[in-house]
Design a protein around this ligand. Structure first.
Ligand SMILES: [Fe+2]
Ligand SMILES: [Fe+2]
Length: 242
C-alpha cells in the first residue's frame, strides 16, 4: 500500500489465460491485491482463446477488485478474432484497456499497447522484399508508434509502460533463444527510451523468461508473466514502487 514519499504501489501480473471452465479463478487474488497495492496492471493474455465467455469470467473477478484496474490485451486475446469484444467486456467491468490513450492516476501516468514481435538487434526483421514481410514489420512499427504517442501525451513526472510483448531480450532469458524474435520487439524499447519519465516497463508473454532486465537506455523492465512471478516471489504478481 502507499506509502512513503508519495510512491505508488503497482501490482502487475500477465498471462492470466482464463478458460471458460474456470470458476472465479482470480477473485481471491484480486481481493488480496486490493489490500496490497494502489493500482492493478494486467499485462495481456487475459483469456486463453479470446472467447467472450472467458472474458465474462474474468470480468466478474475484476468487479471484486477495489483498486483501479488497467492493462493491455495479449496475442491470446486475439485468437478468436474479436479482441474488441473481449476489451469491451473487461471495460464494462471497470478495467481501463490501454491502447493509444494514456491515463493518469494520482500523479502516475500509464501508457500501454499489446506490442508485437519482430526481434532484437541483429535479429530484428527488416521491412524488405515481399509485401507480407513489410506488412509484418509495419505492425511492429505501428505498435511502437502508438506507445510513443501515448507516452508523449503524459505530463506526469513518473510513468509506467504496459506491454504484452517484451521490449528487450534480457527478460526472455530462460526461453529458447531460437524464439526470442517471436517474444518481442526492440522497436518498443526504442519508443520507451525517447522519454525520461518512464520509471518501469511491465510485460508478459514470455512464460519461462526472467523477471528483471532493462532497455538499452537503462529503464527497468519487468517480466510479470504469472509463472515468472510465482517462481521469483512465491506469488503470481509483482509489486512495484513507482
Ligand atoms: Fe501467455
Ligand atoms: Fe502471449
Amino acid at each position: 500500500m502507499s506509502t512513503n514519499n508519495g510512491a505508488m504501489t503497482v501490482a502487475a501480473i500477465g498471462d492470466l489465460h482464463v478458460m471458460e471452465d474456470s470458476v472465479a479463478p482470480y477473485r481471491e487474488l484480486f481481493i488480496e491485491i486490493s489490500g496490497e497495492a494502489d493500482v492493478l496492471v494486467l499485462c495481456g493474455d487475459l483469456t486463453n482463446f479470446g472467447k467472450t465467455s472467458e472474458a465474462e469470467i474474468l470480468a466478474e473477478d475484476i468487479r471484486h477488485c477495489s483498486i483501479p484496474v488497467l492493462g493491455v490485451l495479449g496475442n491470446h486475446d486475439y485468437e478468436c478474432g474479436q479482441p474488441e469484444h473481449v476489451a469491451e467486456i473487461l471495460h464494462e467491468a471497470g478495467m481501463t484497456v490501454l491502447d493509444e490513450q494514456a491515463v493518469e492516476i494520482d500523479g502516475v501516468g500509464f501508457a500501454g499497447v499489446k506490442g508485437f514481435l519482430g526481434g532484437f538487434g541483429r535479429g530484428e526483421l527488416a521491412p524488405f522484399g515481399e509485401p507480407i514481410v513489410k506488412a509484418f514489420v509495419d505492425e511492429a512499427l505501428n505498435e511502437a508508434r502508438k506507445l510513443e504517442n501515448a507516452l508523449r501525451t503524459l505530463r506526469t513526472e513518473r510513468s509506467v509502460a504496459v506491454l504484452h510483448y517484451s521490449p528487450t531480450i534480457e527478460t526472455l532469458e530462460g526461453e529458447p533463444p531460437a524464439i526470442y524474435q517471436y517474444l518481442g520487439s526492440q522497436r518498443l524499447a526504442d519508443a520507451i527510451d525517447r522519454f525520461d519519465h518512464v520509471r518501469a516497463v511491465v510485460h508478459g508473454h514470455a512464460h519461462h523468461g526472467k523477471y528483471q532486465g532493462e532497455t538499452p537506455r537503462g529503464t527497468p523492465v519487468f517480466n510479470v508473466a504469472q509463472f515468472v512471478c510465482r517462481e521469483k516471489f512465491g506469488r503470481p504478481y509483482a509489486l512495484l514502487e513507482i
